[in-house]
Write a protein that binds this ligand. Structure first.
Ligand SMILES: Cc1cc2nc3c(=O)[nH]c(=O)nc-3n(C[C@H](O)[C@H](O)[C@H](O)COP(=O)(O)OP(=O)(O)OC[C@H]3O[C@@H](n4cnc5c(N)ncnc54)[C@H](O)[C@@H]3O)c2cc1C
Ligand code: SF4
Length: 508
């Protein structure tokens, strides 16, 4: 027997079960840098650097531990084809890996194993609380798949913020109402900066490589300071818990010009590369809560994102693939405006959210959901184009988490499969949650005509178009009630104005 142990670029856990007790005589670890993977989506330069640098640092760690490693640098082929070369060359009879985070790669690895008739052992990824099997069991027989009920079950199953009887800490499961406040009128004030890491020699080498090999890819590397090792990821977690967690919840949804990170944790890329385990992140915030007497609303808001949303979207991804990637509930067909790739939009909110995305490979949840995502839905853009953009531009973007958030949540492309309503908002919401509108050439309260805010016009246009759908649900009925306060003449003017915008999205 000769075993090949495949470590993918987002599985960088030195304590991985597939690395335990390896016999160097019969077992070999392989890591593959595939140029094909970097190009299959038009990735942000920072995303490519993060993956390659983290992989190279991890390879060093494996070598330090004396593990038998084949590290393939810059393979011109896909991961599947690289394996197709390697398996017969070294006569491997077994292939071992963890479940990949991407359905496409999972199928590809299964195909390779079956082509060579070798045994494939695809193990559960221990970086999730809920296995695929457990998620399928939870789904069985349910008419509605909603985060809230899944999240409560996770709290009880893992004994997090519940008492002995399984009741929620503080008497309620959800503290959303206490969170989600805008910044004060004068601005966010001094926010302690997140932990940032100067590129070391390995990262600098990768930066030079990416600038040379992928010069036309979007995004800047000027500010590349993401954690690329487990030690750095642990430092980032410590820094967040000590300095930024305290105000995370209350301003979770707030936005402000030139404030790219707010009070957010910036831990998604480390968790998604498996440099950090979500269990240690949750343990760290629970410890801080007890020690520093932190606000329960902040703590619950943070834990919900990881124990709730992160696990829920992963479960939905594997449940609904490959269909999820094809879903297009509203049959939207518009092209993505080219300024999504440059940030050169006239709308200040888009300029800010996209600008910082290209600069850092980062935007926080509300910028992704209620600015760039909201606009893409209201502007009737083809979901595939939007999803490709999200997968390309964020350093934390891996399909299991990107696709359900984009197609399912932001674009309502899967219909009501796992969200109760489309997340849409007019310029009024952005005005309330940010200062973007103050320096914008459009006016958030103007629905049509000169100076009308495109978010606002397209919002009302969307409601007019889908009035029947919105009226049918108690969760959205109020939105159409507001619509009935707008006169027929004004509604006609909104539709006409929207038609002009939709025909020329690139000019906005
Ligand atoms: C359209 C869209 C696309 C997204 N694409 C991605 C993606 O590619 N990769 C990704 O990791 N997240 C994605 N998210 C979720 C979320 O926006 C990011 O996880 C978050 O902004 C990362 O920043 P942070 O680490 O500072 O998060 P924080 O705000 O500090 O939150 C803490 C952690 O909670 C988890 N989390 C929060 N919200 C979600 C969510 N909706 N789904 C899953 N996990 C969540 C993340 O692991 C995050 O690190 C997307 C959201 C939307 C609306
Ligand atoms: S006025 Fe409209 S387009 Fe301008 S920043 Fe506000 S919401 Fe965005």
């Amino acid at each position: 027997m000769k075993k090949l142990v495949l470590i993918l670029g987002d599985q960088l856990d030195i304590d991985s079960p597939i690395l335990k007790n390896l016999n160097p005589k019969t077992e070999q670890v392989v890591m593959i840098e595939s140029i094909d993977e970097a190009q299959y989506v038009w990735s942000h330069k920072a995303k490519i650097v993060l993956f390659l640098s983290a992989m190279r640092h991890f390879a060093e760690q494996l070598e330090e531990r004396g593990l038998p490693l084949i590290y393939i640098k810059q393979s011109p082929q896909s991961i599947g084809d690289t394996l197709r070369d390697l398996i017969p060359k070294k006569q491997f009879t077994h292939l071992v890996c963890l479940e990949p985070g991407e359905y496409r790669l999972k199928c590809e690895i299964e195909n390779v194993a079956s082509e060579f008739s070798i045994d494939l052992e695809m193990q559960e990824d221990p970086h999730f609380y809920c296995s695929r099997h457990e998620f399928e069991n939870w789904v069985a027989g349910k008419k509605e798949l909603r985060l809230e009920y899944f999240y409560r079950l996770m709290r009880k199953t893992h004994n997090i913020l519940v008492d002995k009887e399984g009741n929620p800490e503080g008497g309620q499961w959800n503290f959303d109402r206490d969170n989600r406040k805008p910044f004060p009128k004068k601005g966010p004030g001094l926010i302690p900066p997140p932990e940032l890491f100067e590129p070391d020699d390995i990262t600098q080498e990768v930066i030079a490589l990416v600038e040379k090999k992928f010069p036309k890819h979007p995004g800047s590397l000027e500010h590349f300071q993401w954690p690329v090792t487990r030690a750095q990821a642990l430092q980032a977690l410590k820094g967040f818990v000590e300095h930024r967690l305290v105000t995370f919840g209350i301003h979770e949804d707030a936005m402000w010009t030139d404030t790219p990170f707010g009070w957010h944790s910036l831990l998604s890329s480390s968790m998604n590369l498996k440099l950090l385990n979500p269990r240690e992140v949750i343990a760290a915030v629970l410890k801080a809560w007890k020690k520093d007497d932190l606000d329960l609303a902040t703590l619950e808001g943070f834990i919900r994102q990881i124990l709730g949303w992160r696990e829920f979207v992963r479960g939905m991804y594997y449940l609904d693939m490959p269909q999820m990637a094809l879903d297009n509930f509203y049959d939207h067909q518009n092209a993505l405006p080219s300024w999504y790739w440059t940030g050169n939009a006239k709308m200040k909110c888009m300029q800010q959210a996209i600008g910082q995305t290209l600069e850092y490979g980062y935007a926080h949840h509300i910028q992704r959901l209620m600015v760039t995502g909201n606009f893409a839905l209201l502007a009737e853009i083809l979901p595939k184009e939007v999803c490709d953009w999200y997968l390309a531009v964020y350093v934390d973007a891996i399909e299991w988490v990107e696709l359900p958030n984009t197609a399912g949540m932001a674009l309502f492309a899967s219909g009501g499969r796992f969200t109760s309503k489309p997340y849409i908002a007019s310029g009024a919401y952005i005005k309330r949650m940010s200062n973007y509108c103050g320096s914008c050439q459009y006016k958030p309260d103007v629905r049509f005509g000169e100076g009308a805010c495109p978010m606002t016009t397209l919002y009302w246009n969307f409601l007019i178009k889908h009035r029947t759908q919105f009226e049918a649900s108690p969760r959205t009925r109020l939105m159409t009630a507001n619509l009935s306060r707008i006169s027929d003449t004004d509604q006609q003017a909104i539709v006409l104005h929207a038609k002009g915008l939709l025909a020329d999205l690139s000019s906005l």
